[in-house]
Design a protein around this ligand. Sequence first.
Ligand SMILES: Nc1ncnc2c1ncn2[C@@H]1O[C@H](COP(=O)(O)OP(=O)(O)OP(=O)(O)O)[C@@H](O)[C@H]1O
Length: 295
Amino acid sequence: MLELIDVSKVHSGSKRSVDGITLRLGTGLLGLLGPNGAGKSSLMRIAATVTRPTSGRVLFDGMDAVARPQTLRAALGYLPQDFGVHPRLTAREFLSYLAAARGIRARQARARVSELLELVNLTQAAARPLGGYSGGMLRRVGIAQSLLSDPRVLIVDEPTAGLDPEERVRFRNLLSELAADRAVLLSTHIVSDVASVASHIAVLAGGRMLAHGTAEELLRAVAGQVWETTVPPEHAAALQARHLVGRTARTGAGVRLRLLAPAPPVPEAQAVSPDLEDVYLAAVNQPAVDPAAAR
Ligand SMILES: Nc1ncnc2c1ncn2[C@@H]1O[C@H](COP(=O)(O)OP(=O)(O)OP(=O)(O)O)[C@@H](O)[C@H]1O
């Protein structure tokens, strides 16, 4: 459906925010995972035709979406990171205003706005001014606006930022439902946002793609390299200096460390099954994790 092929973006001052990224989006959820400054927003702005890539191609159904962005734009819903609302308008007024601005006819707009308020669970609050909404409620308004024209492609930039854990789970479920019959591109720096719902995950850092594949493929790439061991507190620093360390926990017996290493970091270390936190840690700290190599 949507393809980004060897896309780069160079800004004035020769800062390169996106560096040769190739991604293909079909039905399902593609999670873009990376630390702050990885280039996620820049890549999403290119995919949403807000900015043009310096080089590379963007194809929508095989057609050039850089030279002719109209077809993609008509099929696109986009929730930018800095999505702003008018605090004095109610949710219903705000969404109706956006529907009118996008040329949706009044009668159709009324029905669509009610449907979307229901979908994002805001029907009860629809007549309240947005100025009194919580961060989570505003994000849901943002999702509702991105769905006004029932897009085939939905691009959401860090939609879970600032949400509490309960809202985060609700949001994740909503996006997962939406991805059943459309392409969803979601960016986040939180592994658990994508771990259970993404059909594919791409790990980005420094504008480059460090790993890409299904969760299963990515996990296979670090299989046999994840270890846990408990050491006296005074030995922890030495291990941390030599190996990539993920979660650590103080226990009655010392410090429990989770480490990434090609061989047991200490003889008594136990091999454990990798999770996506391990994949992420390995990817952002190593030149590349190539899931193909693990097949
Ligand atoms: N217009 C621009 N001009 C110069 N540098 C830019 C521009 N846009 C982005 N950058 C730089 O490119 C890098 C990637 O930024 P981007 O916002 O895409 O990252 P991100 O992964 O979305 O991070 P965050 O989650 O913090 O927004 C950053 O170092 C940023 O400062």
